[in-house]
Design a binder for this molecule. Structure first.
Ligand SMILES: Nc1nc2c(c(=O)[nH]1)N[C@H]1C(S)=C(S)[C@@H](COP(=O)(O)OP(=O)(O)OC[C@H]3O[C@@H](n4cnc5c(=O)[nH]c(N)nc54)[C@H](O)[C@@H]3O)O[C@H]1N2
Ligand SMILES: Nc1nc2c(c(=O)[nH]1)N[C@H]1C(S)=C(S)[C@@H](COP(=O)(O)OP(=O)(O)OC[C@H]3O[C@@H](n4cnc5c(=O)[nH]c(N)nc54)[C@H](O)[C@@H]3O)O[C@H]1N2
Ligand code: SF4
Ligand SMILES: [Mo]
Length: 682
């Protein structure tokens, strides 16, 4: 049936950007007629998007007009965590929230904590007005470590910044190591370039404990044990040295600490590395031969390998590999973990206004230990007990480690919690107030990417659904009620968008995106961003990187490994984005239900068959799901795909019921993939 059209409505085409925490940051073309969404498609003219969106965001309209969207402010009526609310007017809600925050701030503003991450990666609806608000208030600061800090810190220690190859140049590589990344699921537009390289004759090798859909399509898959990447990197270096597959010129001129690193590498013959990694010595030798003798060789490193105790050291070692063979000399050689550091035009200080702290230095709370921290009493070391929590762009009750403690913290009757959300997530269920937020189709924003080198604009295409307001608008109105009268609290969303980057904003609006000025082959002649201009293996203030075994491993805790012999990783599901989209029915139907992949031998040893309900457990708790006996799991490792909403799971839990709050070697990040469990029939 042809829809009837309002003749007065005009068709408009709008430049948008995908807001999700994904390295691809796609440019989106939205077509609307009046206030009706006609079409949402990948922008055909944007180079890295090339007209394609992933399955998830192709369903963005379904998410946007979801019948369960929160469309008006809600106030808690039931017990904490019951998810029982009554509607309330905006003014009443904001007045009450401001009064509560004022009373707490009068005692100590550090008892108030913002909690946010990358629900949207936009600068305006991220930390622009929110940053101003919490700086002016003098609230506790949040150390945003939950995703990438171990790897990013390792990368920055090595190169001086979180930068790497251009996404597009992977198409010209002759060898690509896809390391700790399931590109087809989580970096689809990189995969397009990798496939182009493959068609042109390049070899693709996946390094991943799980036989992912990406590993399956590579020429080779090296299924190492989780948390052993540093051992593999050292074993590769050993082989590069003894076979003299080295670029001596490059090492001499552009690497600090090579003699020391060489000595360490020589202590890692392939047999030793293989033993730690749970692979064969020939796999180490073969990989070294490929890497040492093929040019240009590129590494697509991703964050999957750094969610373990030694994640930072592993990232440092892997980031040094391209320096050994001189891969950086070619634009299609080198490594990409993050491109976020290329965003030089970003005006963080103008946007978030840390100067509003006016000399105060509030404490910083690590978002990855929110479970422990919500349960902590006041103390001289910790400071005041956390009394209020303002959550936006994040779903900590589902995504933070060691859920039992996170939930206990959120259930504290004396904690005042406000959640800005689209949906009644596991976190929103624990709120005192839920405030309805606009979506990417309904608000202004600007974006940079951590996987490519373009800036993008997002113009609103639709009016806000129901009574939804943008995050920035909500913080603006709270600021007014708190009596914050600095002029920066008057900036509307469009002004904030203008202030974010030092670029020609009108040009950004006209085109939809702008390419950052990034050198073609950034380290062809060294010039790293470190103080010495060299890549750093070690320096007077920086010890050599080494292999650090997992917190939960036979090496570090043999008794624990006896009781819980299986290492569990919990990588993302292809059709969810962290915990976003789990409530979108068409996507949940594809994923089926929460499951645990286990290999045939480990299943048989426990009398498990495919499709059987199981309990996965350790000392922290128990998670119920369905066993999938599958070659995707290697012996000794189970894959609990994430991150389901607890309330949509079997026993009201998800994988984070099992994860712990210990941190990584660098960056104080969580160790989601460093977790021992046992599995039994339910
Ligand atoms: N579809 C989808 N896309 C996403 C996300 C999502 O949830 N769903 N999440 C987004 C986010 S927040 C991020 S940070 C990015 C990047 O997210 P990443 O965490 O890099 O996600 P993946 O690409 O799935 O890569 C993780 C891979 O690392 C593997 N892995 C686990 N432990 C180890 C290990 O110790 N060593 C090695 N070598 N590999 C290991 C896992 O099996 C998995 O295949 O993806 C983003 N894109
Ligand atoms: N076990 C395990 N745990 C993990 C991971 C894992 O691999 N395994 N991955 C980790 C990683 S890499 C990350 S990055 C974190 C991610 O954790 P989060 O950043 O919390 O990501 P999401 O779960 O996607 O939740 C984002 C929420 O923000 C909301 N949102 C989106 N846009 C807006 C907006 O404009 N305004 C407001 N107010 N809200 C909005 C969405 O509705 C959604 O509920 O999870 C981590 N947790
Ligand atoms: S989630 Fe990633 S691949 Fe999907 S549309 Fe967004 S940026 Fe593109
Ligand atoms: Mo992430």
């Amino acid at each position: 049936m042809t829809p009837t059209r309002d003749p007065s409505a005009t068709t408009r085409v709008i430049h948008a950007a995908c807001p999700h925490d994904c390295p691809d940051t796609c440019a989106i073309r939205v077509t609307v007629e009046g206030e009706r969404l006609i079409r949402l498609q990948g922008e055909p003219d944007h180079p890295t998007t090339h007209g394609a969106l992933c399955t998830k965001v192709s369903r963005y309209a379904e998410r946007n007009s979801h019948p369960e969207r929160v469309l008006q402010p809600l106030r808690r009526v039931g017990p904490k965590g019951s998810g029982q609310f009554e509607p309330v007017g905006w003014d009443e809600a904001l007045d009450d929230i401001a009064a509560r925050l004022k009373a707490i701030a009068a005692r100590d503003p550090q008892a108030i904590l913002p909690y946010s991450y990358a629900g949207t990666m936009g600068f305006v609806q991220g930390e622009a007005m929110a940053g101003r608000f919490f700086h002016r208030l003098g609230a506790s600061q949040l150390n945003r470590t939950i995703c990438a800090e171990a790897g990013a810190t390792g990368l920055a220690l090595t190169y001086g910044a979180t930068v790497g190859m251009h996404l597009e140049h992977f198409a010209e590589s002759r060898l690509i190591l896809i390391w700790g990344s399931n590109s087809i699921a989580s970096n689809l537009h990189f995969w397009t370039y990798a496939q182009a390289a493959k068609r042109a004759g390049a070899k693709l090798i996946a390094i991943d404990p799980r036989r992912t859909e990406t590993a399956e399509k590579c020429h080779q898959h090296i299924a190492l044990r989780p948390g052993t990447d540093s051992a593999l990197a050292l074993g590769l270096m050993h082989e590069l040295v003894v076979n003299d597959w080295l670029d001596h010129d490059y090492l001499t001129q552009h690497v600090e600490g090579w003699p020391e690193l060489r000595e360490r590498a020589l202590r890692w013959p392939p047999e030793r590395a293989a033993e730690v990694c749970g692979i064969s010595a020939d796999e180490v030798r073969g990989l070294a031969r490929d890497y040492g003798t093929t040019a240009p060789a590129a590494i697509r490193l991703n964050y999957g390998m750094q969610r373990v105790a030694g994640g930072g050291n592993a990232a440092r070692l892997i980031a040094l590999l391209p320096c050994l063979v001189g891969a950086w000399r070619h634009r299609a050689g080198g490594l990409l973990l993050s491109a976020s550091g290329w965003n030089k035009p970003f005006r963080n200080r103008a946007l978030e206004r840390p100067d509003l702290l006016a000399g105060r230095q509030p404490r910083s709370i690590n978002m990855s230990t929110i479970g422990d921290d919500l349960l902590r009493e006041a103390s001289p070391a910790f400071g005041p007990r956390i009394e209020a929590l303002i959550v936006y762009n994040s779903n900590p009750v589902a995504v933070a480690p060691e859920s039992a403690k996170v939930v206990a913290g959120f259930r504290r009757e004396d904690l005042f919690t406000v959640v800005l959300e689209h949906f009644l997530t596991d976190t929103a269920d624990h709120a005192d107030y839920v405030l309805p937020a606009t979506t990417q189709l309904e608000h202004w924003d600007v974006h940079a990417s951590y996987g490519h080198t373009y800036l993008l604009i997002n113009e609103p295409a639709l009016p806000p659904a129901g009574q939804a307001r943008s995050n920035a608008e909500i913080f603006r109105q709270l600021a007014a009620r708190m009596g914050f009268d600095e002029p920066c609290f008057q900036d509307d969303d469009l002004s904030l968008a203008r202030q974010a980057f030092e670029v020609d904003f009108d040009e950004l609006r006209r085109v939809g995106w702008l390419k950052l000025p990034v050198p073609e082959a950034p380290f062809a002649e060294g010039r790293f961003f470190t103080a010495s201009g060299k890549a750093r293996a070690c320096a007077p203030c920086l010890p050599l990187p080494d292999h650090v075994p997992n917190h939960e491993s036979a090496e570090r805790d043999p008794a624990l490994a006896q009781r819980y012999p299986l290492a569990m990783i919990s990588p993302p599901s292809r059709n969810f984005l962290n915990s976003t989209f789990v409530n979108v029915k068409s996507l949940r139907d594809i994923e089926g239900e929460p499951l645990l992949e286990i290999c045939d031998a480990d299943a048989q040893a426990r009398g498990l068959v495919d499709g059987q309900p199981v309990r996965v457990f350790n000392d922290r708790g128990e998670y119920h799901c369905v066993a999938r006996v599958s070659p995707r799991a290697r012996p000794g490792v189970v894959n609990g795909l994430g991150v389901w909403w607890r309330k949509l799971g079997r026993n009201g839990t998800n994988v984070n019921q099992l994860t712990h709050q210990r941190l990584t070697d660098l960056g104080e990040a969580p160790c989601f993939y460093d977790c021992l469990v046992e599995v039994a029939p339910l």
